[in-house]
Every structure is written in structure tokens, then in C-alpha cells.
Write a protein that binds this ligand. Structure first.
Ligand code: HEM
Length: 435
């Protein structure tokens, strides 16, 4: 039996007793702030917190110092950190998310060379804008929801961008499956069952695409994600197993569909801060871009991420023992009162007034802005899809501000449960277009 270091309160480190997994399920996005309060930590302090999760000691960190520890490859690893019941349906078995060391660096470079490349992102931008236009035309014929429309538009653009040629009907079906996999996943039982079913279906589909690409039985656009993933190699220089290549192909497309959750939040933000509609019409893309960044900062999506300590270490006087989990509080870092003025207020102007912020890469240098992870894309686990996510979200924000687009102001469209992970409004934000 594994030896577990004693978990008692030390003078330097607040401690919350008891197994916390049930509380996480019960309180969702409110879990970490409640736990901190219970342990007597002031809301303004970034003090780390020790507790127990999944029957093991855990240290919960946040803020710049927390990000620094969490992304230190010499002290943290990912293998074994994320429970399999979440990891496998969400990312796929053998995915880049749980690799470490050289194997991770090599895999990540091959993924980021496609997703993080500015020319490739510009291609995606053109495709997603066309698909968003189509969805707006659909809403003129029949009212819909921002969530569903965005999932379709982003999914269709993602497949075309990745070099996966599909009929409109098939692209819509796959986008729906991917959206369901991500959103339903946080809903215990039914959502999880659906997640596993969709995961199995999508794995079979992606495996077939990779096999066809490798066998030359399918047209594969040069430079596309499909081409890059069909040629994905491991540390031995050999092609990786086709099923792993298929999983990574999904990891370059599925999360784009997930941006639809942020899109529905953007709809809520426009209803609650209607003065931004005019500002975005006047200022265009740069203003919509800042607005979209603020959506990523204050609306809840990824709540936290886990790693495992590979050595005994400490953070701000809190001991962290080798083999223990460390959790970075993503939402708490994005709204850290030490780094953000009026941290919970939705104020896109906070970004517009800064001269050091223009491109997505500028934003990725902000150590307390980690909606898609922190540190470096090539050196660590930071999401390589922020440029793509921002292209999709910005295009949708601009579209929602067009004359004639009417967002519902009903509370069922703007409110969402903070105790549910992942969350969005019950309706997904209803929208219609008046000509
Ligand atoms: C709503 C939009 C998105 C959110 C909230 C999101 C969030 C995240 C987060 C939190 C991580 C983990 C970071 C870490 O472990 O430190 C991650 C990793 C990843 N994301 Fe995203 N992401 C989004 C969109 C995208 C897009 C559009 C792509 C691809 C085009 C993408 C591809 C990936 C990949 C491949 C990884 C694994 C990176 C690694 O482990 O090295 N994501 N994402």
C-alpha cells in the first residue's frame, strides 16, 4: 500500500479536512471558492490550500505563483493526474494531454505546428467567417440558438480547415457529436454515458480517416491537420499507431466546436452590457477581440487542471510531496484580485486601454490569464488552440452585433447554473434575425 504523508494543518498552510470529490460534484464552479472560505483564507489571498481529493493529498494553487509551480516541468508531470473517467472520453486514450518529457515535446510540436501557425489560423479565420455568415442567414429564416449555431459553424469550419472533406449533413452530424461529447460530459451518469458512446463513434471515424490518408485512398490537402496527423511520429521516428493519430486529429477539431460555449456566454454578455453592441459595430474586429477575451476571462469554462509532483517541493510555505496532486484554480487565477481590478466585473475596456496587448500572443504573456492553460505552447501543456478559439469567438461576437440580430433577454437565456460543470444557459441563448 502506498505511503501517504500525514495530512494535518501546519502553521503555514491552510487545510480543509475530508475527501473533496463529492463537494466538487455538488458545488461545481463554486467549489474552490467555498473550500478556500471554509479553510479561513481571505478572498483576496492567493495562499495555497491543502486538502484531499480522490483519497490522496492535494495542494490547490492559484495566481501567478501557482501557475509557475503548476507549469514547472522539473517538478510536475501529467501522466496519471487526470482521472481516467474524465481523461478518456474527453481527450482520448494516449492523447498529448497526459504525455510528459520528450514524448510530449515532440507530439506537441507536431500539433502546434498546425494549430498555432499564423497562416493556418488565417485560413481558419476566413472559413469560420463564411460559416458564421451562413448561420446568421439560417437565423433569418428560422430563429435558433447561439450555442447550436456556433457549434455548427465552428465545426464545419474546423473540418474543412483540417482537410476533412465532408458533406454539409455529415459535417453537421459530427459537429453535433463533438459538441455533445464536451458539454454533456460534466453531467454525471447520462452525460457520461453519452460521452463514452460519442467517443467510441468518433474514434472509429477518425481512425478510418487516418487509415485512408495513410493508404492514399483519400485526398489529403498538403499542410492540413489531417495530413500532419496521418504523418505523426513518435520518439523512435516511426509513425504512431493510427488510433492515436485519429485521437489527435480529433484534439485539433473537437475543441473548436467547444468554443460554442463561450459564444453563448458572449450572447449573454451582449444582453447584459448592450452598450458594447454599438462599440463593436464602430470599432470592428479589435473591439470584438477584446470583448471575446473578457468573455474568456470571466465566464466559467475549464475550472481547474491537475498535475502530479515529481519531487518534494513547496509553494509559499506549503509542502508538496512527490506523488501528490497539485491543482491549478483556473477561474480563481483569471479573477485574482491581486492581478485584476474589479476582477469579477465584465469590462472589456480593461484590455483596450493597454498598449502591450494586440495579438493573441500578447495575451498569452499575461501570467494571470489562463482560460486555456498557462506558460508556453511549445514548452508545456498550454492549449495550442487559443488563436483558433479567438478567431471563432471574435467572428461570432461581430456577427451577434450586426443590425437585425436580436438576442433573447429572457433570464432563461442569460442565466446559467454555477454548480454545473460544464455550464451554459438552459436554452443556449435564443437568437433571431429581423430583416
Ligand atoms: C473553448 C476553447 C478551448 C478551451 C477552453 C481550451 C482549453 C484548454 C485547456 C485548459 C488545456 C489544458 C492546458 C494544460 O493542460 O495546461 C487545453 C489543451 C489543449 N487544447 Fe485547448 N481549449 C480550447 C480550444 C482548443 C482548440 C481550438 C484547439 C485546437 C485547434 C485545442 C487543442 C488543444 C490541445 C491539442 C491541447 C493539449 C495540449 C497539451 O497537453 O500539450 N484547444 N485546452
Amino acid at each position: 500500500m502506498e505511503e501517504v504523508p500525514p495530512m494535518t494543518q501546519t502553521s503555514s498552510c491552510p487545510f480543509a479536512p475530508g475527501e473533496q470529490a463529492p463537494n466538487l460534484l455538488r458545488h461545481g464552479y463554486l467549489f474552490l471558492s467555498r473550500l478556500r472560505r471554509k479553510a479561513g483564507i481571505s478572498p483576496d489571498a492567493n495562499t495555497p490550500l491543502r486538502s484531499r481529493m480522490l483519497f490522496k493529498p492535494v495542494t490547490i494553487v492559484r495566481g501567478s505563483a501557482g501557475v509557475e509551480l503548476f507549469y514547472d516541468n522539473d517538478r510536475m508531470k501529467r501522466d496519471g493526474a487526470m482521472p481516467a473517467v474524465i481523461r478518456i472520453p474527453l481527450f482520448g486514450e494516449g492523447a498529448v494531454h497526459s504525455l510528459d518529457g520528450e514524448e510530449h515535446r515532440l507530439r506537441k510540436r507536431q500539433l502546434a505546428d498546425v494549430a498555432y501557425d499564423d497562416d493556418k489560423v488565417a485560413e481558419f479565420d476566413a472559413l469560420v467567417r463564411r460559416e458564421v455568415d451562413r448561420v446568421v442567414q439560417d437565423w433569418a429564416r428560422e430563429p435558433g440558438t447561439v450555442y447550436d449555431g456556433a457549434a455548427l459553424a465552428f465545426g464545419r469550419a474546423a473540418y474543412r480547415w483540417a482537410g476533412i472533406e465532408l458533406s454539409q449533413k455529415e459535417a453537421s452530424r459530427r459537429a453535433h457529436q463533438m459538441a455533445e461529447l464536451v458539454y454533456q460530459f460534466g453531467h454525471p451518469l447520462k452525460g457520461h454515458a453519452l460521452g463514452w458512446i460519442n467517443r467510441a463513434r468518433l474514434n472509429r471515424w477518425a481512425l478510418k480517416l487516418i487509415r485512408q490518408a495513410r493508404a492514399g485512398e483519400r485526398h489529403v490537402a498538403p499542410g492540413s491537420a489531417l495530413e500532419a496527423m496521418s504523418r505523426l511520429v513518435g520518439p523512435d521516428g516511426e509513425l504512431v499507431d493510427a488510433s492515436i493519430a485519429g485521437i489527435e486529429l480529433q484534439n485539433l477539431t473537437r475543441p473548436t466546436v467547444a468554443v460554442s460555449l463561450f459564444a453563448s456566454f458572449a450572447g449573454s454578455a451582449l444582453v447584459e452590457h448592450p452598450e458594447w453592441v454599438e462599440k463593436i459595430r464602430e470599432g470592428g474586429q479589435p473591439v470584438a477581440f477584446a470583448f471575446a477575451q473578457e468573455v474568456r476571462r470571466v465566464y466559467p469554462f475549464v475550472p481547474m487542471l491537475p498535475a502530479i509532483a515529481t519531487t518534494d517541493t513547496e509553494i509559499q510555505g506549503c509542502p508538496v510531496h512527490e506523488g501528490e496532486r497539485v491543482i491549478i484554480d483556473i477561474y480563481g487565477t483569471n479573477t485574482d484580485p491581486n492581478e485584476w481590478e474589479n476582477p469579477s466585473a465584465f469590462q472589456p475596456e480593461r484590455f483596450l486601454s493597454r498598449e502591450d496587448l494586440g495579438t493573441q500572443e500578447d495575451y498569452e504573456r499575461l501570467t494571470s490569464f489562463v482560460p486555456q492553460g498557462g506558460a508556453g505552447v511549445y514548452t508545456g501543456h498550454r492549449c495550442p488552440g487559443e488563436k483558433i478559439a479567438m478567431a471563432a469567438l471574435t467572428a461570432m461576437v461581430e456577427a451577434l452585433c450586426r443590425p437585425g440580430v436580436v438576442l433573447s433577454t429572457d433570464p432563461a437565456d442569460t442565466r446559467f447554473p454555477w454548480t454545473q460543470m460544464l455550464t451554459r444557459s438552459e436554452t443556449g441563448m435564443r437568437v433571431r434575425v429581423e430583416r
